[in-house]
Design a protein around this ligand. Structure first.
Ligand SMILES: [Zn+2]
Length: 1095
């Protein structure tokens, strides 16, 4: 199978995947530094930032292609040069000359940007040009593409236009861009009524390259002239041999087949289609596998011609580049078209409101196992209005959504889950991304007889909330959470400009004011004022009554499990294909077999070099020579070091208080994760944990507590710290430090029942790790590598990696003790003795507090703008004064490691996870930046080809921890065991024999720079800077590494072979594998593995 096809097969674009991506984004901070220390997964468990159900939702998006995950590189982003300031008047004159008419211009204070709306005079294309100082530039082109049927035209087009174009005639320019550009975002989405093509980059040349590839792709794609692309991406009959049966194939066809077999997706689609029986939302823009084969190439071409037209386009530019250049690029494309009537034809008509509620019953495919009676699902959906709502009403509805469902304590969510009527919530709550807003809520895992009870409970809960209102604490906590997230606008490494674009497009696409959704300040203040003056009940009760309780446009969807559905659907499909074959003559069949062969040949033929060269790429001269600089001022308050990062954070203060963990006694180490959870979830003398959590929600943007451990280069002892992390608006800085103080000093370790729950929850979570089997999406080689790196602890290979690290260094040992197999064993024991030993455990927790939380070895890291940093000092000082002055004990020695023997961890599995690792510093390797380029290259070529493509594993990759010197290989969902180890051992020979042309070397270098320059928002910059400080990495060293990366040569690859051989000769092997495979391996190589059974 060729690589491009492999990439494609990895890139599913289902709604659930998309939702998963978006929900993960919210608490991503913990992931930012996975490269420095792979033990960050714990962060995810231990930190509990308020979950915010706000921000542009793309739940309606059903297609998210080759998505990029977030970056974890510790190094900050490079700045591109500011454009020359241009006289406004002059700019508009140039715009006029380029064929654009200025329609509106506004300064949007919420995002400190000037937005200009232009209309391209000849075609009517609308352009928003947003100028500010954000270096993460974003471009997006959006077409209104409402489908009339469920053949999936918009979705198939979205896939197909990225398969080569007039200027870039290769199979997938998109994949080449993924490999060799510095993009911070590159993707495409299909919505029910629009298709978006966004790109982002901080490098100006790279950015314009991406823009040009995308513009050429959407306006001049090869696919409208190439029936084979349509077949490949959409659907076709496949017949390998005239004697065999015909089957349906096609990327979108297969993708949607997957989507239509997932119960939650079926429910979502059924709900939307029943809510909108009369307009475009009543059909599926993604494509129904039963309908997709009705689509013809003619219809496909016509759809492109009609809707992928400038007259029907909305174009977005955002960032610090020259606004005139943007228009110049656009005019070159747009001027090639005349006006078209598309905008009238693509307008979305509203759905009229029902007079009566509707009830529908659908079946979904279910397995034979389990009690089918208890697998029903029910969801109640409302269409909230017959037209668009004003911004303040929308904001109020969003607020109501958060109050009802936003946190585990929110009443509708809590009451539904506590009722015992079902296992989990379904329905997305409020959805306002389409023309008309909807609200959906329900339960899955419901017994057949309880369907009506669920519906009743939903209605009664909403009724009583309308009658009684919400508590003022809940309202204040929701208000603060929403306000905080709006102001912070922390999109992780999802570009801010893209988040704003998606928000704006949600109105612009319906010909409404595109700037309005960006200006939340006025409606927010007005809503706050009304709540203050009239009380929250007066605000929310009428909204619940009007939009929900008294709204007859209600659709109740009941989903019944049907164990026969999958086979019935298959039989139906076979029947259709059978008829097709029966209708064909012998010549037809021979022809079809030939066409099938041709299509496969086309897919397997690599692009010619001249086509590959057509994709613009950067040269090394385009890469900034210096790494970006994070302003860091090291001062002292009351004898304690304080790091200040003066960065614009929109009035938010980010703070980390770092404590020394090395004073902790070794035998208490394994209690640390439970200690952290107790701090946040046990409550104090005066507040139970709900009150404490509400207070955190009301006053801050979230607080978390977690341990941080990493090897330090050149030292035996690791860096071990406890970090208390919090964020708040500058006006709440005093509250933030008071709450941090309360958490570390006042929380009582007395709630035995809750602690017992923590232990069983943690144990269950650890056990699940063994079964997590990577149903996540791996979007590309680059991100595949990154995601796996970040999830090292997320499944079998994570367990193997932790185990290897624990054998090779102390930091790894600590991580394994608090998150690996050793920790699981500890939890199992603890669960048994917690009842008898509670007093002892409680006093151990107290002892941990005393050992860690003191002024000794304390360090404070603050990220905010200068004024707020100054203002915060007195509160920081007060906080530090209140800390105990001396620690309770002397440093303990933790110099422990697991025995250096090969180990097989046997679990019930059909696939293996095979790891091998060794310390190359011990073999004499001196760190050079070239190691980043080389290890990335090994993963993308040698391991990809051997472990994955020919080995049949889902993935194979390598990692070099520059702090410890551990170079490790891992495979993922691997059918092999010893054979994979042979591939690892062959790496040195691969390197020795390697020949690289200049283009490939440059691409590898630029790809590496793309990793180390991963885009970071200010909080991430400040945090990375803290970690570098803790690990002793100076700016000079970063500069040197960068020079080494940029000057990597083939000689470096050859020389690296020697050290890779050290891993071959002295490395340690850990496999998480099936019983049979381990037995076979030990048969073949007697006594190779020490066998350990875990589950
Ligand atoms: Zn797709």
């Amino acid at each position: 199978m060729e690589r491009v096809a492999l990439l494609r097969s990895l890139s599913s674009c289902s709604t659930t995947a998309c939702r998963r991506l978006l929900s993960r984004r919210r608490d991503r901070t913990g992931f930012l530094c996975a490269r420095m220390n792979r033990n960050k997964e714990k962060l995810q468990f231990l930190s509990c930032p308020a979950t915010v159900r706000w921000s542009p939702r793309t739940a309606a998006v059903h297609s998210l292609r080759l998505r990029r995950d977030f970056s974890f590189a510790p190094l900050a982003v490079s700045a591109s040069p500011q454009p020359a300031a241009q006289d406004l008047g002059e700019r508009h004159e140039i715009a006029e000359n380029l064929g654009f008419e200025k329609i509106a211009e506004q300064f949007i204070s919420e995002c400190k940007s000037t937005g200009t709306l232009y209309k391209h005079k000849k075609t009517g294309a609308e352009v928003i040009s947003v100028s500010n100082d954000d270096e993460n530039k974003v471009f997006g082109i959006v077409f209104r593409t409402p489908p009339k049927d469920s053949t999936g035209i918009p979705h198939i087009l979205e896939h197909s236009v990225l398969c080569g174009s007039r200027k870039y005639p290769l199979k997938e320019p998109f994949v080449e861009l993924l490999k060799g550009s510095l993009h911070t975002f590159l993707n495409a989405f299909t919505y029910p009524d629009r298709t978006c093509y966004p790109v982002a980059s901080t490098n100006i040349k790279d950015f314009y390259n991406l823009v040009d590839v995308y513009l050429d792709a959407v306006f001049f794609p090869k696919c409208v002239k190439d029936f084979r692309t349509f077949q490949q991406e959409g659907w076709h009959y496949e017949l390998n041999d005239p004697t065999e049966e015909i089957s349906f194939k096609g990327v979108v066809f297969n993708e949607m087949k997957g989507v239509y077999s997932q119960p939650d997706n079926i429910l979502g689609r059924a709900s939307q289609q029943a809510l909108f029986p009369e307009n475009t939302y009543g059909v599926d823009s993604g494509g129904d596998p039963k309908v997709i084969p009705k689509l013809t190439f003619e219809e496909f071409k016509e759809f492109h011609q009609k809707y992928y037209h400038p007259s029907n386009a909305r174009i977005w530019f955002y960032g610090d580049d020259d606004p005139v250049e943007r228009l110049r690029i656009l005019s070159e494309y747009l001027d090639q078209f005349e006006g078209s009537p598309a905008p009238n034809e693509s307008r979305v008509e509203p759905q009229r409101l029902f007079k009566e509620p509707v009830r529908i019953v659908e079946k979904f495919p279910a397995g034979e196992d389990g009690d089918l009676e208890k697998q029903h699902m029910v969801c109640v959906n409302w269409l909230l209005s017959d037209g668009p709502l004003d911004l303040e009403t929308e904001l109020t509805l969003g607020f109501l959504d958060h109050l009802l469902l936003g946190t585990p304590a929110s009443p509708l969510r809590r009451i539904l889950l506590e009722s015992g009527l079902g296992d989990a919530i379904v329905g997305g709550g409020m959805e306002d991304e389409l023309l008309q807003p909807q609200f959906s809520i329900g339960l899955k895992g419901v017994a057949k007889d309880n369907i009506d009870k669920v519906e009743e409970l939903i209605m009664n809960t909403l009724k009583s909330l309308a009658e009684d209102g919400f508590t003022s604490e809940a309202v204040e906590a929701s208000m603060n959470t929403i306000e905080f997230s709006l102001r912070e606008n922390n999109t992780g490494s999802f570009p801010r400009g893209l988040s704003l674009m998606l928000r704006s497009i949600g109105k612009w696409i319906y010909d409404r004011d595109p700037f309005e959704p960006l200006k939340y300040e006025k409606p927010l203040q007005s809503l706050k004022g009304r709540i203050a003056n009239e009380g929250s009940k007066a605000v929310f009760s009428p909204i619940i009554e009007r939009f929900i309780l008294n709204n007859p446009h209600r659709v109740i969807v009941e989903m019944q499990p049907d164990p026969d559905k999958a086979s019935k659907d298959e039989a139906e499909e076979r029947e259709i294909l059978h008829k097709v074959k029966a209708s064909m003559t012998e010549e037809d069949l021979a022809e079809l077999a030939w066409v099938t062969q041709e299509l496969r040949l086309k897919q397997e033929t690599p692009d010619p070099p001249e086509a590959l060269r057509s994709v613009p790429s950067l040269s090394l001269q385009d890469i900034p020579k210096k790494p970006s600089h994070v302003p860091t001022n090291i001062g002292e308050v009351n004898g304690i070091k304080i790091l200040h990062h003066d960065l614009f954070t929109n009035d938010v203060i980010y703070s980390e208080v770092v404590f020394d963990m090395s004073l902790l006694k070794k035998e208490l180490l394994q209690l640390v994760p439970l200690f952290c959870q107790s701090l946040l979830e046990m409550g104090t003398k005066d507040m139970d944990f709900i009150q404490l959590n509400q207070l955190i929600g009301r006053k801050t943007g979230g607080i978390s507590v977690y341990p941080f451990t990493s090897s330090m280069r050149g030292q035996v002892d690791p860096c071990t710290r406890m970090i208390v992390r919090g964020k708040a608006m500058s006006s709440k800085i005093e509250d933030l430090f008071n709450l941090m103080n309360c958490i570390i000093q006042d929380v009582q370790f007395t709630d035995f029942q809750r602690f017992k729950q923590f232990v069983s929850q943690s144990k269950a979570r650890m056990e699940v790790l063994f079964y997590l089997d990577g149903h996540q999406i791996f979007p590309s080689i680059k991100y595949f590598f990154k995601i796996l790196q970040s999830r090292l602890r997320g499944s079998g290979h994570g367990i193997a990696a932790a185990r290897m690290d624990a054998k090779l260094n102390v930091a790894g040992w600590i991580a394994e003790q608090t998150g690996g197999i050793s920790y699981l064993n500890f939890l199992k024991d603890l669960e048994k003795k917690v009842d008898q030993n509670w007093d002892e455990i409680s006093s151990s927790l107290e002892e941990i507090r005393k050992a860690i939380f003191s002024r000794k070895g304390c360090l404070v890291n603050m990220t905010a703008d200068g004024r707020n940093l100054d203002h915060s000092t007195k509160f920081v000082s007060k906080f530090l004064d209140s800390l105990p002055t001396s620690a309770s004990s002397e440093p303990d020695s933790w110099r422990d490691q697991l025995p250096l023997i090969n180990e097989a961890i046997v679990i019930p599995t059909q696939v293996n996870y095979v790891g091998k690792a060794g310390n190359i510093y011990e073999a004499g390797y001196k760190l050079s930046g070239s190691a980043y380029v080389i290890s990335k290259y090994i993963g993308n070529t040698w391991l990809w080809d051997r472990v994955r493509v020919s080995g049949g594993a889902y993935g194979g990759f390598c990692d070099f921890d520059t702090h410890s010197g551990v170079f490790s290989y891992l495979s993922y969902r691997d059918p092999n065991l010893l054979k994979t180890l042979e591939v690892y051992d062959g790496t040195a020979n691969f390197l020795r024999q390697l020949e690289l042309d200049d283009d490939s070397l440059t691409k590898a270098i630029i790809g590496t720079i793309g990793d180390v320059d991963a885009y970071q928002l200010p909080d991430a910059k400040g945090y990375s800077s803290l970690l570098r400080y803790l690990l002793g990495i100076t700016d000079e060293e970063r500069e040197r590494r960068r020079e080494e990366i940029l000057s990597t040569s083939l000689k470096d690859f050859h020389e690296f072979a020697e050290f890779v051989d050290a891993v071959k000769d002295n490395g340690v092997v850990v496999a998480v594998a099936s019983h049979d495979d381990v037995a076979a391996a030990n048969e073949q190589k007697s006594g190779f593995f020490d066998v350990k059974k875990v589950l």
